[in-house]
Design a protein. Structure first.
Length: 313
């Protein structure tokens, strides 16, 4: 039986569908009736893989419907697909072309299917995302405060006060959401037992890195984007750099690592050892991020809290 690969380009009102190798194309409305009909059509085709780009939330409804129907849907990084299209020489960009490129990408690369977040995890992720947005808005307003005339400052101060209250409310809701779920509360206790890991990193991991504890050290490092990648060619040996991965998780992990260098004996000693052998501070912090992530992954896999004696051994 011939394997089929489906590409779906998602826009606000429409879903463009492409099928390989038959080169079929059609569109469906991006609403409940349209998605329901799409699910029925795709079940009849029995595809090996359905490829959709992660596009900031527009894809959530169709992905949830496909996953709920046990169809093999895979979310992929848009940058990987763009690079693939350039390699094929496809520089034009339309919704139909994008769907065809996604189907071709699925056939050529066959990306691994990962389990999707359930409704509770999606709700937690939405709270974490909203917290991040509020922090960004607060930072922008505080930066504006001392760069504007006195007449405008009153308005900015009022907005800052309102945003700070919204942030408190979101953080309280985040905390209650985790406490009210026994599984999350147990995982949160494990994560928070590590010196340097606070509420922000813990909630971010629970919402946006559910794979922690289920992958090996290389896989989880690559997923977050803290695995140093080679840049060598012939006799040239370039400096290894971290790249790709989940930047929002990596950003929060960076802040936690800076705190851990001050208060976590394992991370602090590792950082100081790297500095003594001549590593730059930025390189040493990145290495500490990698080490902290590996420790958290191991703890989550074993279901055990922070035990520095075992790590030192």
């Amino acid at each position: 039986m011939q394997e089929r690969f489906i590409g779906i380009d998602v826009s606000k009102r429409q879903l463009d569908v492409a099928v390989r190798p038959e080169s079929q194309n059609w569109t469906a409305a991006n609403d409940e009736p349209g998605i329901r009909q799409l699910v029925t059509s795709l079940k009849e085709l029995a595809p090996k893989s359905i490829i959709i780009e992660a596009s900031g939330g527009q894809e959530t409804q169709v992905v949830a419907a496909l996953a709920g129907a046990n169809l093999p849907v895979v979310l992929v990084n848009p940058r990987c697909v763009r690079d693939f299209a350039k390699a094929l020489g496809k520089l034009a960009k339309t919704d139909t072309i994008d769907a065809e490129v996604l189907a071709h990408f699925g056939e050529a690369v066959q990306p691994e299917q990962r389990p999707f977040k359930d409704e509770e995890t999606q709700a937690l992720a939405a709270l974490v995302k909203r917290r991040r947005q509020l922090v960004d808005m607060l930072t922008e307003e505080k930066n504006r405060l001392h760069q504007t005339p006195a007449k405008i400052q009153k308005n900015i101060k009022a907005n800052i006060k309102s945003l700070e209250q919204c942030l408190k409310d979101i953080e309280k809701e985040l905390k209650n959401t985790i406490i009210n779920c026994p599984v999350w509360e147990e995982k949160n206790d494990i994560l928070r037992s590590v010196p340097g890991v606070g509420e922000v990193l813990s909630s971010t991991i629970l919402a946006d890195l559910p794979e922690l504890g289920m992958l090996n050290r290389r896989q989880i490092s690559t997923l977050v984007g803290v695995a140093p990648l080679n840049r060598d060619s012939g006799k040239f040996k370039g400096q290894r750099r971290i790249w790709g991965g989940r930047s929002y998780v990596r950003h929060v992990l960076y802040m936690a690592t800076v705190a851990a260098i001050r208060c976590n004996e394992i991370i602090r000693e590792f950082y100081e050892r790297l500095i003594k052998v001549g590593k730059k501070a930025k390189v040493a912090i990145t290495a500490c991020m990698h080490k902290l992530l590996i420790i958290l992954n191991s703890m989550m896999k074993r279901g055990t809290k922070w035990q520095p004696k075992e790590i030192l051994a």
